[in-house]
Design a protein around this ligand. Structure first.
Ligand code: SF4
Length: 252
């Protein structure tokens, strides 16, 4: 590909992203962590999807937005084909739970079972997450909100790619803006890096409060990781207890 074509492609991609954000009443997408690092060495820890990094955050929260509810946003997303993941999906897995949830769980993307069911976290990992919510926290799935960074199942359960995460990011960001929870519980490396930047390391950084657009965020292991490494359940339980205290739940 010629240099001119590459530059044209890059600008076309950026324009597409900006339009996607504007369509749902969000400000422009943030600069990538790499760009921020290039612009200022002091900015290396800025989040990849954190609009504050773009310096426009506070302005946008009070502005009128287009889809005002989760239902409106789902209608806006429609039969989305903004990234290549649409080709392999059975269902677009939007998310489910309370629109006024105090706590939102964010995973990386729908797996095989979720793709078939059209619902987030319903397979083996989902059953473990449900156990954490119900038996651990004393809540129901209907009282929290559960969603993913990308809404369509990546083939062969691979990690979602950077362009797919970027294409889908405005939807997650808008979901979180609409719900405005007290806490986000971010599940696993991929989701945490999508929300907090690529410098995030799950084994080093889990269990410590971070924030995403001014919403406190607790990173912890993905339930799929717990299925492979049951001994890590103890660490997740410690993280869950911190969340419970924060949202006013009794820890027994
Ligand atoms: S993953 Fe997101 S951006 Fe890609 S097709 Fe699905 S809904 Fe659209």
């Amino acid at each position: 590909m010629k240099v001119e074509e590459e530059i044209r492609d890059i600008f076309s991609h950026i324009r597409g992203l900006i339009e996607a954000y504007q369509d749902i009443g969000l400000g422009p997408p943030p600069l990538s962590a790499d760009t921020l690092r290039f612009l200022s060495p002091d900015q290396s820890n800025n989040a990849a999807l954190n609009i504050k990094s773009a310096g426009k955050a506070e302005d946008n929260r009070d502005q009128p937005t287009h889809p005002a509810s989760l239902k409106d946003l789902r209608e806006h997303i429609g039969d989305c084909q903004r990234c290549k993941l649409y080709k392999g999906r059975t269902h677009l897995v939007y998310g489910e739970g309370s629109p006024v949830a105090k706590l939102v769980f964010v995973g990386e993307g729908p797996g095989y079972d979720e793709d078939l069911a059209g619902r987030p976290f319903v397979g083996k990992s989902g059953k473990l997450l449900t156990k954490i919510i119900e038996k651990g926290m004393g809540l129901t799935r209907e009282e929290v909100y559960i969603c993913n960074v990308v809404k369509c199942h990546p083939p062969k359960n691979r990690d979602p790619e950077k362009d797919e995460i970027e294409a889908c990011a405005p939807f997650l960001r808008k979901q979180l803006q609409i719900i405005n929870p007290e806490v986000i519980c971010c599940l696993g490396r991929v989701a945490c890096q999508a929300l907090l930047g690529r410098d995030f390391k799950i084994t080093r950084d889990r269990g410590k409060w971070r924030s995403y657009e001014d919403i406190p965020l607790m990173p912890t292991f993905h339930p799929a990781y717990l299925l492979r490494n049951p001994s890590a359940k103890r660490e997740v339980w410690e993280d869950v207890k911190i969340i419970m205290k924060r949202i006013g739940l009794e820890v027994k």
